[in-house]
Write a protein that binds this ligand. Structure first.
Ligand SMILES: Cc1cc2nc3c(=O)[nH]c(=O)nc-3n(C[C@H](O)[C@H](O)[C@H](O)COP(=O)(O)O)c2cc1C
Length: 147
């Protein structure tokens, strides 16, 4: 059974560095490949938002055993979990979207094209509940960049 899980959390460090993010993504991607998990992580102004998709067993296992206990973030809030018919991020063991991408239109990056496609799709056809919530959080983040 394929599921998607969406959660938000708050980074513990006042300002997380690129090195911290690389460490998180390195181990996340390694394990996600082994577990058949795909998804995207957003990081903006101290907030993480992550969508994970994969088998129910793998997604719950990684969320509970590795993501939840990670001391680099706190205040985890599972926004949504549901079964899905197919993956939306099948090419991404864990895509990453940070402040530069959120504050620009990201025209040329692969993840930018993907997010633009998703946001366009969300206007015309119903997305899964989790994906819809993910796109709307992403849009809220994009609407209020620091000037
Ligand atoms: C914001 C955030 C997102 C994470 N996402 C994932 C993930 O998608 N998959 C995963 O296995 N671990 C994830 N983790 C957990 C860690 O990256 C890492 O797997 C865990 O600390 C254990 O790492 P190690 O086995 O390399 O020591 C995440 C942690 C944080 C703070």
């Amino acid at each position: 059974m394929l599921v998607e899980l969406l959660y938000c959390s708050v980074s513990v460090a006042y300002q997380i560095t690129n090195v911290d993010l690389e460490h998180i993504l390195d181990s996340a991607r390694r394990r996600n490949l082994e577990e058949g998990i795909t998804g995207v992580l957003l990081y903006y102004r101290g907030a993480f938002v992550q969508i994970l998709e994969g088998s129910k067993e793998s997604v719950e296992n990684v969320y509970e055993k590795f993501i939840g206990p990670d001391l680099r973030h706190t205040a985890l809030n599972k926004v949504h979990q549901n079964t899905i018919a197919h993956r939306s991020f099948s090419q991404w063991s864990m895509g990453f979207v940070g402040a530069p991408e959120i504050e620009s239109r990201m025209p040329s990056t692969a993840i930018g094209i993907l997010m633009n496609t998703l946001t366009d799709e969300s206007k015309s056809k119903p997305l899964s509940l989790g994906l819809n919530a993910f796109v709307s959080i992403y849009n809220q983040m994009r609407k209020s960049p620091y000037k």
